[in-house]
Design a protein around this ligand. Structure first.
Ligand SMILES: Cc1cc2nc3c(=O)[nH]c(=O)nc-3n(C[C@H](O)[C@H](O)[C@H](O)COP(=O)(O)OP(=O)(O)OC[C@H]3O[C@@H](n4cnc5c(N)ncnc54)[C@H](O)[C@@H]3O)c2cc1C
Length: 475
């Protein structure tokens, strides 16, 4: 299957050629329980896509409830020679959970065990726990789990771990991997491993491995005390680059805001059309900023530093007077995805990360590229981390998808030229795997291939993701 990203890369699959001997499937059903193995075509089809791509209908779908079930499935897969694709909530935006050949999809949504240890300040979770649940269960103890992908109400912690998910709070508080104390995973042969973060930090390697090295079945996550004070401001800019300049300035001055988010004019107007929250429609860009902590004076002081940096770069600043006003501003940010989704029939979401010092040049270059291609590009993102999500909005009846993909590649190239990386948080998956040749040198690609081969010698775990297909046996 050639998934050249210069072309339209994904297409709906034909019916799968389902060839497994009925006896071995029956055996699996008997071992796990019939309800955990989905065989009907209509059911299996529901497991062929994620947030961006449609792949091949899986040969069968298994819904494990325990690590022992996962072990059974891996052994079954070995016997019948099928690859395994791990799947959480399928909210991924890089095609990671999409099967691209006849496979077993292992859907973790029924592995939802979650326990809080308030003394140790940890949460022990199975992979199917919905991210937001962790803070909800921890809050009665005055604790929280800070990493907050915007999809936290639907995405699973297994998917977050496999993608090393980030979110608005991650500038100050760190990303998913920073909270992992220990990890359990099942390897390609069905062996269970329990890893602490000691020498040869294999747990760290599993985080962000996108289902290609092992199947994560449990994690112990660090929790933090909930900060006592939070303040919010909105800074309104007349030019996008100025917003990016203000970010660098505020951080260089020593401010560590807990959230530092960017929305351009296209996003502001999309949200206004969608919800009418009173955002400044005429602004070229806004920054939404939170500072937090236990000392109200420090929290205020940090907010003042950010306000000053924004004003220095021409912004008008509005400080939220109470938590209700702050909630309205964050509602605006959370609504960007559905709001821009309503502008045109289709959109493709980029996910690049660049050094903060490059942000002004990068946001301006992306604006210019949109004009050059005659396509609407809107930009938002976790700008404190240098993580931007330029979205290309289009109507397939009018705009050529080929051109859209070309533009997305050009945006990725802008990031690479400015010392950035292909993905800030959504992962490489299928969408960007062929781009890896441009992003990493051949020696590094070789090292990555050797890591994959050490963990998965028969290439059975999420094959065809992250690493481009070799051009030659030496590649
Ligand atoms: C509206 C919207 C907003 C988003 N905002 C953010 C954001 O702010 N930050 C961010 O980081 N992402 C964001 N995302 C992307 C997505 O939600 C994240 O990548 C999330 O971590 C995926 O979780 P999931 O449970 O849906 O995983 P899936 O999409 O099901 O899977 C993602 C990858 O993880 C692997 N995987 C899943 N479970 C396991 C497991 N148990 N063991 C091994 N591998 C596994 C899969 O094989 C796949 O490669 C957003 C998506 C949407 C739709």
């Amino acid at each position: 299957m050639n998934l050249n990203l210069g072309k339209k890369p994904f297409k709906s699959s034909p019916r799968p050629t389902y060839t497994q001997p009925a006896r071995s499937i029956q055996e699996l059903q008997e071992r796990l329980g019939r309800e955990k193995v989905l065989l009907e075509l209509a059911q299996r089809r529901n497991y062929s896509y994620d947030g961006i791509a449609m792949g091949v209908t899986p040969a069968l779908v298994v819904l494990p409830t325990h690590t022992a079930d996962v072990v059974e499935v891996v052994r079954f897969a070995q016997r019948v020679g099928l690859p395994i694709v791990a799947r959480g909530a399928a909210s991924g935006l890089s095609g990671g959970a999409v099967p691209i050949q006849e496979s077993i999809v292992l859907s973790f949504t029924r592995m939802t065990g979650l326990s809080i240890d308030p003394q140790a300040r940890t949460a022990t979770v199975q992979p199917g726990v919905v991210t937001q649940q962790i803070t909800e269960q921890a809050r009665p103890y005055g604790l929280w789990y800070p990493p907050d992908p915007a999809s936290l109400r639907t995405s699973t912690i297994g998917g977050n771990l496999a993608e090393n998910a980030g979110g608005p709070l991650c500038f100050k508080w760190g990303v998913t991997g920073d909270y992992v104390e220990a990890l359990e995973f099942v390897d390609f042969a069905g062996q269970v491993h329990r890893l602490e973060r000691k020498a040869y930090d294999l747990a760290g390697l599993l985080v962000g491995s996108e289902g290609t090295l092992g199947l994560i079945t449990e994690a112990r996550l660090r929790l933090e005390p909930i900060p006592r004070y939070t303040r919010t401001l909105m800074a309104i800019f007349g030019e996008v680059g100025q917003a990016a300049e203000a970010v660098s300035e505020a951080i260089a001055a020593g401010a560590v805001p807990s959230k530092l988010e960017f929305m351009d004019n296209g996003c502001i107007n999309a949200v206004e059309d969608y919800l009418r929250l009173g955002l400044p429609r005429e602004a070229a860009a806004i920054l939404l900023v939170d500072t937090d902590g236990d000392d109200p004076i420090v929290v205020e002081e940090e907010l003042a530093w950010v306000a000053e940096a924004c004003q220095k770069h021409g912004a008008g600043v509005r400080v939220a007077q109470d938590s209700a006003e702050s909630e309205v501003l964050w509602k605006a940010r959370r609504s960007v995805s559905p709001a821009i989704g309503a502008i045109k029939p289709k959109r493709l979401n980029e996910d690049i990360a660049v050094p903060r010092s490059s942000l002004p040049a990068v946001v301006r270059a992306i604006e210019a590229l949109g004009r050059q291609y005659g396509l609407q590009v809107v930009q938002f993102g976790h700008i404190g981390d240098g993580n931007l999500h330029p979205n290309v909005l289009f109507d397939p009846r009018v705009d050529s998808e080929e051109k859209v993909w070309e533009l997305l590649h050009e945006i990725a190239r802008v990031a690479l030229r400015h010392g950035g990386v292909l993905s800030g948080e959504h992962g490489i998956g299928l969408m960007k795997r062929d781009f890896m040749r441009e992003a990493v040198d051949p020696g590094t690609l070789g090292a990555l291939r050797r890591v994959k081969a050490a963990f998965d010698p028969h290439n059975r775990l999420n094959p065809g993701k992250v690493l481009p297909e070799p051009h030659s046996p030496e590649d």
